[in-house]
Ligand binder design. Structure first.
Ligand SMILES: [Fe+2]
Length: 611
């Protein structure tokens, strides 16, 4: 075994001293909307990290990275925190000096002894002991972040830190989604970003200067194997079980189980199992449940919910948006997640690479409230501009290295979504059929002059929509759209059917609806950050805007217009729709809720079965 030279210890000592001296805390006062109070942001340009097993025969190696601490506090407490932070830096210096000196003295003593197997063992024991001492003491000061355990590194243990998702549920089929992760839970702590990304000029340093794996909320993927048990009994004693499926980096470690042969109108329970690529026993279990749709002959007697537009930094609660527990409390059969589920461009850090885009999903969908909701709810996922690329984006655009096409692909991975077009329709019993449209895959550039060639839906989607609506015998027909069709929207917007730039196609669709389904057709839209119930003045098309997922995310309305709005509210919340059979009729109630679930508006209709 090669003996380390004396200067190695001096080198380590010198490095620790030099790096510690370079620690320079900064302070900055910001308004943290998620906490709804002033937040003092303390950043240090340096964090010292020691990793066992470094370059020199197992001696600790030293690396550095920026450290970000954020403390919600008062001005006085902030000054106190700065003082404490300075003390930490001094304490870190003194402690590091002491620990390094200890390491050097003991190392010198051992290295000067004659070489033998016994001495090698002693040296290893010394290294382990002193490394442990240093890492433990520095870790206790909060300057060392633990790395993966040996078991995790060996690929034996994997987790499902992003939970499970259930999508595309019909009366007999469903998709269950999971992803193998290297960590049991999201990284709490780590480098945290706040608010909107700052504008950047060409040549500016990148916004993210640390590995993505060090960012707050990250859930790095890991190769592994997954399988699913599912059945009608809660204890899964009747469960069917899939084969183990290997997940790899190619698919971002994601598996989507396509289930078929399910019973209509039934509760299903499932258990998603994961294990490391080289392991033989399950190391992670997640249990959940969902309900299948009633068949087309069964009277529709249930509730469903629709939500949209969830910011991360302005989510209203550290564990996730309040709408999630509020929706669960209503026990809906399913929920439509209607686009802008992450904000690549306006929630820092900006997604300028595919890895950063995936980080946005990891950070958002590992929040406790979202985990709880998604494992227990049938959901339908729609994408919009911010969760494809950026505000009002169209095919062919880029953000840094991140392309629109990558955004489309990542959405398909993250959403429990079958192959095929992102526009689709689902029947939920005798009285309800929903249409989910796509506004991103087929659209013309926004800057194109309006006219018969300019489109959001594209010819195929439009033909599919008209054909399937006319074929439907459901009592109520509802279009759930990621963008408004009625509005009104702000005059400076130019991205949807309620905007001047897409008037031609907007008029075509609204007139078609007026002609073919004048009575029992409704639009529910995402995208807009205020709630409303509008009736189009010329065609009578009715539209409900469900509003953003938190109050903090609300705004942007052009103002109330009594000639169009039946209801208008600039706050967050969600929409529920309740269907109830009533002898030869079906009742339907649209309710707009605030973020806590309280009803702020209600609209009720009844119609003979079959419309
Ligand atoms: Fe939005």
């Amino acid at each position: 075994m090669a003996r380390p030279r004396k200067q190695t210890f001096l080198g380590i000592l010198g490095q620790i001293v030099a790096e510690t001296m370079r620690v320079q805390p900064e302070r900055e006062a910001v308004w943290d909307v998620s906490e709804n109070r002033p937040t003092m942001r303390i950043r240090s340009n340096r964090r010292i990290m020691l990793s066992p097993g470094g370059a020199y025969n197992g001696f600790p190696s030293i690396s550095t990275a920026p450290l970000s601490i954020e403390i919600a506090t008062t001005e006085a407490e902030f000054n106190q925190a700065i003082a404490v932070n300075s003390c930490i830096a001094v304490w870190c210096l003194l402690h590091s000096l002491a620990a390094a000196a200890h390491l050097a003295l003991l190392g010198k003593f051992l290295m000067n002894r004659p070489s033998s197997d016994a001495n090698s063992l002693n040296r290893r024991a010394f290294i382990a002991g002193t490394s442990g001492l240093m890492l433990g003491s520095l870790g206790a000061q909060g300057v060392w972040l633990p790395t993966a355990t040996a078991e995790e590194e060996a690929g034996v243990q994997v987790f499902q830190a992003m939970g499970t998702r259930v999508g595309e549920v019909t009366d007999t089929t469903a998709i269950v989604w999971t992803r193998c992760t290297a960590v049991r839970t999201r990284l709490e702590g780590g480098v945290k970003f706040m608010g909107r990304p700052k504008p950047r000029m060409a040549g500016d340093p990148p916004e993210v200067t640390v590995p993505v794996e060090e960012l707050e909320g990250v859930c790095p993927g890991a190769p592994g194997k997954v399988r699913l048990r599912y059945g009608r009994k809660q204890d899964l004693s009747d469960a069917q079980i899939t084969d183990w499926v290997t997940v790899t980096e190619d698919g971002d470690f994601i598996q989507q189980f396509a289930l078929s042969g399910l019973e209509p109108n039934a509760t299903y329970y499932y258990e998603s199992q994961a294990t490391g690529a080289q392991a033989s026993t399950t190391t992670s279990l997640i249990r959940g449940q969902f309900e299948t749709a009633p068949s087309a002959k069964t009277p529709s007697d249930f509730r469903f919910c629709v939500m949209t537009c969830q910011g991360y930094h302005d989510r209203g609660h550290p564990d996730g948006h309040p709408i999630y527990p509020a929706m669960l409390a209503l026990r809906p059969k399913f929920t439509c997640l209607t686009g802008d589920l992450v904000y690549y461009d306006s929630n820092a850090p900006r997604a300028v690479t595919a890895r950063l885009a995936r980080y946005h999903w990891e950070r958002m969908f590992s929040l406790p409230r979202l985990l709880e909701f998604n494992r227990n709810m049938a959901t339908y996922w729609l994408k919009d501009d911010h969760d494809t690329l950026s505000d009002d984006a169209w095919p062919g655009m880029k953000a840094g290295e991140f392309t629109y096409a990558e955004g489309q692909e990542i959405f398909r991975q993250q959403a429990p979504l079958a192959d095929g077009p992102c526009y689709r329709t689902f029947r939920w019993g005798r009285d309800l059929q929903i249409w989910l449209t796509d506004s991103r895959d087929y659209r013309s550039p926004n800057r194109m002059p309006d006219g018969p060639e300019k489109t959001i839906w594209g010819d195929e989607q439009k033909a599919w929509f008209k054909r399937t609506v006319q074929e439907s015998d459901a009592t109520w027909k509802i279009l759930v759209s990621p963008n408004p069709l009625v509005g009104p929207d702000r005059p400076n917007k130019n991205d949807n059917h309620a905007n001047r730039g897409f008037t031609h196609e907007g008029d075509e669709i609204r007139r078609w609806l007026q002609t073919h389904v004048p009575n029992n057709f409704f639009v529910i839209c995402g995208d807009r950050h205020w709630q409303y119930h509008s009736v189009h003045p010329e065609t009578g098309v009715q539209e409900f805007s469900v509003g953003p997922a938190s109050d903090e995310h609300a705004g942007g309305t052009p103002g109330e217009d009594k000639s169009i709005h039946r209801f208008h509210r600039v706050k967050g919340g969600f929409l529920s729709v309740t269907l109830k059979p009533n002898s030869a009729k079906s009742d339907i109630v649209f309710r707009l809720h605030d973020v806590n679930g309280d009803v702020v508006y209600e609209y009720e209709r009844a119609a003979p079965v079959g419309g």
